[in-house]
Write a protein that binds this ligand. Sequence first.
Ligand code: C2E
Ligand code: CA
Ligand code: CA
Length: 730
Amino acid sequence: MDGNVPGKASGPVSTAADTGMEGAGRTWSLQREWSRAFLLMLAALLIGAAVTIVGVRGLMDQVQATSAELHLRLDKVEVLRSALDAHEQLGHQMLSNAPGDRSAFLRQQEEISRLFQETAAILPGETGMRDTIATARQSWQEALTAHGLWGGQVQSLQGNHVDESPALAAASAEVRKRVAEIRHYSLLEMDKGLAHNAELEQLLIIGRIALFVVAVGVTVYFRRRMVKDLMRPVESLHKGVQKLRGGNYNHRIEVFRRDELGELAEAFNGMAAAVHNSHLNLTHRATHDPLTRLANRAALMERLTESFGRGSTRRNRSEGLLFIDIDDFKDVNDSLGHERGDDLLVQLAARLQGCVRTHDLVARVGGDEFAIVVMDDDAGSVTAGVAERIHEALRTPFFLGEDRRTVTASMGAAQRRPGTSDAAELLRQADFAMYLAKHGGKARYQLFDAEGYDHMTYRAALKRDLATAVSGGQLRLEYQPIADLNSGEILGVEALVRWQHPTLGLLAPSEFIPLAEETGDIDAVGCWVLDTASRQAAGWRKSLPRCENVWIAINLSTIQLPNPRNLAAIKGILSDPAAQADKVVLEVTETALAGSTDGGVAALKTLKGTGVRVAIDDFGTGYSSLSSLAVLPADILKIDRSFLGRQASEAQSAAMLEGILGLARMLSLEVIAEGVEEPGQLDLLRALDCRMGQGYLLARPGSAEAIKALLASGARLQPGPAALEEAVDS
Ligand code: C2E
Ligand code: CA
Ligand code: CA
């Protein structure tokens, strides 16, 4: 018996109202039945007791009565017999004519007659004993009459009749025999009576056994009824409670009979149905978005997790996940109000639902964010198709009250692949693709690209790590000499920062400076470089011969300048005499300065107050007009290495270089040519009378120790012919 009542198992079950809780529809009553049963048993018990008592009592009475009667009879017979004997005696005397009281004889005779009568009266008529006594009396009277001894004859009896004595004796013996018969009969009868009593006793025993059998039968019957009507429902109720507790809300108890327990079972079923309903409600609420009635994020994750958990039962089983974000939804909310915004979301949900197949799952995962699990999409074409349909569906305007609105959506899709570790990763990928779609100009569909994602996550990780790079002592400095192109003398060194990343190794500035500018960590990095490099150079000036004028060039990001606190920090470092600011060159890119209207130039002018010089870095790559160059607080121009092209000797490059050099001269700016890699470039620069240069041909950037050794050696870097001649002369 599984207790699932057919037809009642799944459908909504009767509630308290229709289960007849008040007993209206009750056809059986356990109380009534069991009261009746106990009454019946009680009655049986009482009857049994009564029968026993009455039976035994009756039996005793019977025995007593029988014996009393017998005693009476035997006594009477005895009295009669002795009276007869005495009378016979007297009779013999009368016959022998012996003197005697005749009137006493007659009284005796009357007495015996009365005794006969009394005895006859107490004998039962139906046994024939009365006849016997009557016959005995008759014989007695006749015998006396025959010998003249009866009544009046006695007075007239004369003479001796001894000869009649034997006849009288014989007749008397006959009478005595009759009387003895009576005695015999009585004893026989008593035997019979006792036998009857024994029968009665047997009957009594049989009756009691029968009662006992009935009692046992009734007990067995009621036990079975109890099992059927009490235990079975109670057991199934118990089972029902356990199933309910175990979360089986569909289980219903079989209603065996419409009695109190039946009502209880129905009430239980009603309760289970109510619990089931509220469970469904709760589950629905927990897994659905109340506004759009779509699945919520939790349900989406559950669906994905479940399918990931199942593993790849089918080979290459794969879901597509489409992440949808409504473009500029905020505008709708702001201009039309949140109610209309909600209205839009509801309509949108319906349209999204219309763009998928029944087994795909549409979920609302955020305010204006939706996601669709596209099932069994191995190649990704189904997901792309869904995205296409959504774009198409959004072309029709939405009617929001009196307003008509058209919205677009940015969509990102990710495909589950064997390497996709879990649901969260798939969601992240789709979210990332959506982000790219959004940043790629909105109203677009973008498929997840693992490389782009890796790049993004790599950058994000680096940004995180940057925060501790300075405090963790992970930054290093290399120095690249800047030389006089004719003499080869090292005039200055440029400090170039590197990051010794704990896991990624040595990172070039191009790999982290732009990130540091984004995060703001550039302030700390810049100050560290400025402080470290200026002190380092001051140390060399002090300790190395012929190096007292070597200056140090330090790159500044323009991001560092507008921030007053940071500017103050830079100023503070430079104001320290240890830094020797007059031997410091701050390199700032032309582009950055030209683009910054927020005090970059003003800040540089302030810094120049400390005695530093300013170099325009990468000159020629930016868009600064030549007129703006005049107002920049610059002392040095660093010509970008792109001007020393591969074909540096080409007339065009040479002309441009010549132009820049002429301009610099007019503005009284020193010039440093960057990126001198080949002797031809060096020759050209010399020919154009460019005084300073920097590049791999002259010296590669090196560690502080290497540069210190180079400076200490007093080496000349690629000295020109004039310098060589001079050296030979001296
Ligand atoms: P930059 O200021 O133009 O620095 C010169 C870069 O050119 C250095 O690269 C240097 O190694 C490289 N270089 C030097 N000679 C040659 C050559 O002959 N041929 C070629 N192809 N390259 C040459 P590095 O060290 O990778 O620095 C790259 C950029 O990072 C620097 O360009 C600068 O803008 C920035 N940077 C370096 N250190 C710092 C710093 O401490 N602060 C800031 N804000 N930026 C820095
Ligand atoms: Ca530089
Ligand atoms: Ca440069």
